[in-house]
Write a protein of this length. Structure first.
Length: 615
């Protein structure tokens, strides 16, 4: 049946108007902390105003899109605010994505121009739009006034474009409006007791980052920016959070598990944290023993599970309260946010009885415009809402849920298609299939999501080589895909098979595909461990990578390794040997043999340092 949250009272101001009001109230408060850079509200507002004038002179305004591709630095946030101040939408682009994918996203959004930095500009050489390195604008910005330009701000103005994986083989751009962002910002700010220190951890191309950014800047809080060295090292991140007294963080459940594991192993550091709330978002939350222990060690920190596809922004929240022992391993999605309507419907779009499963359709303020330049796909996923006001729409999420009338909460059951969330990012396996099929030596391919014991998803790709073609090596195939797909979409395992198994209907029989660890690997000789250090590291790799057969010369990446699994391995190596190598060490020493040597060298260096200190 349908469920409806209480309506939001009054129309929210546009997010940029809310920020400007906050900057006028308290211009001297710290807004952004990025390394040694400290920007206060008045400074941030003035910088964004100057840049807004420069963008306006180049045509930026309502219904235009300004692309922003920068590392996590203060200028990236100045650029976002500046685009909004012109009345335009900003399109955040992850500089870690392949150049071809970035170019495709810019073309799909019809971006007017791109703001970037000199170090990244070469990736856009030859792009059919103006590419403006921020550093080159300094002389021009000095000549613009620190006051905002005039603008038109209709409630349904396009304000942000977020790209996500597409089932047709190419990414699709979601157009978020002022109303959809402001609705969540209203709700988030109303729940804060006062200004807080937020961690800006989430990728800027992921819509959860909007809650971090505007939750802080619309409430008078501070935003602590996280560099890649901290994002890839949970220990370094905990140290940063303790030093800057971070109070509120948004994390994917997969990263939360790694942070919790490290926090449990570092009780003295955990005791210094000032966290008041941890928000898990981006994929289904599963509570491990480490997460429970970490929350218990923090004492009084709130854990909240949030849900919402990018097409609607955040839609539900579930705050976990009471005894930790009574928390379910898989918490519910929770209750709908104010201004959001939810309908649990069957295949005929009729409501299902309470307690029965159905597809969740989300309506209300948060629903985006749809997919930019894709009217067919928009019409397929965004439907007229027969249970809402005339002219309203609802989004078909593809998520199976049930509504518990006793608690008023929605519970997640699963997907009705093959879509999965990996490291908080939506992945359509068919997009990976299309990238594999583009290889000249591959005739056909199919990608299958597999779930680990901890609930983390990983992709396994099966491919068939064309007649008379040379099978591509794993390293070469990975490099080919890395030029087309972001890192979270790269298959952890790629298996060459003679033919794809088919069922009676002529479709690929996914259940008949062999498990990767059951197949012999003719390309790699499995060399067994040759000393105790290698035995321990091989066992750690086998547990983390969920592989029974690992040789000491096997490549970490070829075995399905990624940055998240690297964090797990480095954490366990630290616990086993008492040395902190850092995540980068695993990519520099990507075999069991090489990593064991790195551990041995680190132990020797530590002993030498202790002996020198005693002299």
């Amino acid at each position: 049946m349908g469920t409806t949250a209480a309506p939001r009272r009054g129309a929210a101001l546009d997010i940029i108007e809310r920020f400007e009001a906050q900057a006028r109230r308290d211009p001297g408060s710290l807004a952004i902390l990025a390394g040694q850079i400290r920007l206060r509200y008045g400074e941030l507002d003035a910088k964004a105003n100057r840049l807004a004038h420069a963008l306006r002179s180049r045509g930026a305004g309502p219904e235009t899109v300004v692309g922003i591709c920068m590392s996590r630095r203060a200028e990236a946030f100045v650029s976002m605010l500046a685009a909004l101040k012109t009345g335009a939408a900003f399109q955040p682009l992850d500089p870690g994505h392949p150049a071809a994918r970035l170019a495709e996203s810019l073309e799909a959004s019809g971006a007017l121009l791109l703001l970037t930095e000199r170090a990244l500009a070469d990736a856009f050489r030859g792009a059919p739009l103006p590419v403006l390195p921020y550093e080159d604008l300094d002389p021009e910005l000095a000549g613009h006034p620190p006051t905002r330009p005039e603008r038109l701000l209709p409630e349904q103005a396009l304000r942000c474009v977020i790209f996500t994986s597409g089932s047709t083989g190419r990414p699709k751009g979601i157009g978020l409006t002022s109303a959809s962002i402001a609705n969540v910002a209203d709700w988030a700010v109303s729940r804060l007791a006062g200004p807080q220190v937020f961690l800006q951890f989430t990728s800027l191309g992921f819509d959860v980052s909007l809650q971090e950014i505007f939750g802080a800047l619309l409430s008078g809080g501070s935003l602590v920016l996280v560099g890649e060295e901290h994002r890839q090292d949970p220990l370094a991140l905990l140290e940063l959070m303790a030093r800057e007294r971070v109070q509120r963080v948004y994390l994917s459940p997969a990263y939360l598990r790694q942070l919790a594991r490290t926090g449990v192993q570092e009780p003295a550091l955990t005791s210094r944290l000032a966290l008041t709330e941890i928000v898990a978002a981006g994929e289904p939350l599963r509570l491990t023993e480490d997460v429970r222990r970490f929350i218990a060690m923090l004492g009084g920190t709130i854990l909240e599970n949030q849900y919402g596809p990018s097409e609607t922004h955040q839609a539900t929240a579930c705050t976990l309260t009471g005894s930790l022992d009574e928390w379910p391993d898989s918490p519910p999605l929770g209750r709908l946010l104010p201004g959001v309507r939810g309908h649990v419907l069957d295949e005929h779009l009729d409501p299902v009885p309470d307690g029965e499963s159905g597809e969740l359709h989300i309506a209300g303020t948060g629903v985006s415009r749809g997919y930019l330049g894709r009217p067919d796909l928009t019409a397929e996923r965004f439907l007229p809402d027969p249970y809402g006001p005339p002219g309203s729409r609802m989004y078909r999420t593809g998520d199976l849920v049930r509504f518990d009338a006793a608690t008023g909460r929605l519970e997640f059951i699963g997907r009705i298609d093959g879509q999965v969330k990996i490291r908080g990012h939506r992945v359509e396996p068919s997009e990976v299939d299309a990238a594999l099929a583009a290889h000249p030596d591959i005739r056909e391919a199919v990608t299958v999501p597999r779930q680990s014991a901890e609930g983390t998803w990983q992709l396994t790709a099966y491919f068939v080589v064309g007649r008379g073609r040379t099978p591509p090596g794993r390293a070469a195939l990975r490099e080919f895909l890395a030029q087309r797909l972001p890192s979270y979409m790269l298959p952890g395992t790629m298996v060459r098979i003679p033919a794809l198994p088919l069922n009676n209907n002529g479709k690929v029989d996914r259940a008949a595909l062999p498990r990767p660890d059951e197949l012999p690997d003719a390309d790699v000789e499995l060399v067994p461990p040759q000393n105790p250090q290698q035995e321990v590291i091989q066992r750690i790799w086998a547990e983390v990578l969920e592989r029974r057969r690992i040789g000491i010369d096997d490549s970490f990446l070829d075995l399905g390794g990624d940055s998240l699994r690297a964090m797990q391995i480095v954490s366990r190596v630290r616990h086993a040997f008492g040395v902190d190598l850092g995540v980068r060490a695993l990519f520099d020493a990507p075999t069991v043999r090489a990593l064991a040597q790195a551990v041995e060298q680190a132990v020797i260096a530590e002993i030498t340092a202790v002996q020198a200190a005693d002299l």
